[in-house]
Design a protein around this ligand. Structure first.
Ligand SMILES: [Zn+2]
Length: 521
């Protein structure tokens, strides 16, 4: 009996020494990792670091269908200079966008302590300077704290630092530490073989998916003047790759122009406008060269009555349609994020007081067209989506959102009503009819347009942007317009006005013009 107890104790202590856990174990692991990276002294000596990479951005939330292959957004070159001592950085981004159309995306960001500046070339290549969007700034500062040479410093001084049980990843045993960065939980995985960090995973907020794992993974380590650093970086959101880049050069303590890392006083003096939300969302929009400016900010809302009781509810980049029925309202399109939906709902309540929003129609699932659906679900609206997008809507409306709780999360255990457009082909109050029409097109499977036959109005997103000229080189845009026009003809829709999820309201002939730019049709 005594012998068995001793044997058990030995076994237990052997196990616990193989897998130490807790704060001290975390600190010990960080020390081991620091040795692997070249030692604290070698890392301390790197006051400034320049990382020049080339890579590409991907967007799973712009796929043709939910869960489909991500769209390739761009090919980029990027240079970053970090001045760690003064908490300064300069990022230079130079990309050729591939989607939704070919065009350059160029900008510089400068961070100087707690202040940020964006530099963008205008049409004449003159640099325009403005304060960096607060969320973009907060997210870049986070990225600075998790860049390989800073990661162990961030970890060792972080609150709630602890080591948890090892995990197996194929044949590799992974050592794991956890800590908090602000209000965000962080996990760092180390390769048990060489003690180098493999990946750092933040739980952050995403407007659509709620609590989201943002993973920066490191590959192909090599020695740079006594410090080991990875040459390949990849970013995953909830396991889906959104970026891969390879170092073309990493220079420790380079010669550089320090003036390029200074934010001028006149930019610093401008009041901070918006919330500092750490989220990949604005950066994913930025690398596409598309709208993100209202994220974490007050929403711009313009209500334009396009027919009696039919309202175009416009924002700076994304719009909705509200249709007044006898006893309720139908809203088409819940773009961007919760704050957008709340502002749209408020505008509707002001125009048409006392009528509940009974239906919210989602045109398609893309990143900028589905972020507002949860707010309508919280209000008790039935979410109507194309059949292919129904599982997506069900998943999104049941995701946890604890980092930045929205109205649906705060409402607790609601079970949102979700219906397939197959079962809700038309809505009528006896006088007015709203039809949901599926438009076959190359942009997104199950694209819904809202058709008001009496008013001869068609509300459509992304396939055509009323009031915006289309360049003949924008073949994707022309193909989308052609697909929309074909659907109008094939489905015998009587359309006078097209109201845009982007853009304005335009006569049908504007669509015909763009559609006929397609060669051979
Ligand atoms: Zn789209």
């Amino acid at each position: 009996m005594y012998a068995i107890a001793i044997a058990l104790l030995l076994l237990l202590s052997a196990c616990s020494s193989a897998q130490p856990t807790g704060p001290d174990a975390a600190r010990a692991l960080i020390e081991e990792s620091a040795v692997s990276m070249g030692g604290w002294a070698a890392m301390d000596a790197v006051k400034v670091q320049q990382i020049i990479t080339a890579g590409g951005d991907l967007e799973p939330m712009q796929a043709v269908k939910p869960g489909g292959d991500p769209r390739v957004i761009n090919r980029f070159s990027q240079g970053i200079i970090y001045d760690f001592e003064n908490k300064r950085m300069r990022l230079t981004f130079d990309a050729i966008r591939e989607y939704p159309s070919t065009q350059p995306v160029k900008f510089n960001e400068v961070i100087d302590g707690d202040a940020g500046m964006l530099e963008t070339p205008d049409a004449k290549e003159n640099i325009q300077r403005e304060p960096l969007h607060p969320s973009r700034l907060a997210t870049r500062l986070r990225d600075m704290r998790r860049t390989p040479i800073r990661l162990l410093y961030t970890a060792k001084t972080a609150p709630e630092l602890t080591r948890v049980e090892d995990r197996k990843d194929g044949n590799t045993t992974i050592h794991i530490i956890r800590y908090k960065d602000g209000n965000l939980p962080v996990e760092v995985h180390f390769d048990s073989f060489n003690k180098l960090p493999m990946r750092v995973i933040y739980t952050e907020d995403d407007p659509i998916w709620g609590d989201t794992l943002n993973e920066l993974a490191f590959f192909e380590w090599r020695d740079y003047n006594g410090v080991r650093l990875p040459q390949v970086f990849a970013v995953f959101l909830n396991g889906n790759k959104i970026r891969e880049e390879r170092a073309r050069n990493i220079i420790n303590n380079p010669r550089y122009d320090a003036a390029g890392l200074v934010v001028p006083d006149e930019i610093k003096a401008k009041p901070a406008d918006g919330e500092r939300i750490v989220s990949q969302w604005p950066l994913r929009r930025v690398v596409m060269g598309v709208g993100y400016q209202d994220f974490g900010r007050e929403q711009k809302v313009d209500v334009v009555e396009v027919a009696k009781g039919v309202y175009h509810i416009k924002g700076s980049s994304h719009h909705s349609l509200a249709v007044e029925m006898k006893d309720y309202i139908v809203v088409v399109e819940a773009p961007l994020f919760e704050e957008r939906s709340l502002a749209v709902m408020k505008a509707i309540e002001a125009k048409v007081p006392g009528k509940p929003i009974k239906y919210l129609v989602m045109t398609h699932f893309h990143i900028d067209h589905s972020g507002g659906i949860r707010a309508y679900a919280a209000k008790g609206a039935t979410i109507v989506a194309a059949d292919e997008a129904v599982p997506f809507v069900k998943t999104v409306t049941s995701r946890p959102k604890t980092i930045r709780p929205d109205t649906l999360a705060k409402a607790g255990n609601t079970s949102p009503q979700v219906q397939s457009a197959k079962d809700v082909r038309s809505l009528t109050d006896g006088e007015r009819t709203l039809e949901l029409r599926e438009i076959p097109n190359p942009h997104a499977v199950g694209m819904l347009a809202a058709y008001l036959p009496q008013e001869k109005i068609l509300f459509v997103s992304d396939l055509f942007t009323p009031g915006t000229a289309v360049d003949p080189s924008n073949t994707g845009g022309i193909e989308n317009a052609a697909a929309l026009y074909k659907a109008v003809v094939d489905q015998n829709l009587q359309v006078e006005k097209i109201v845009g999820g982007h853009g304005e309201t335009a006569p049908l002939r504007d669509l015909v013009k763009v559609a006929s730019m397609k060669k051979g049709s």
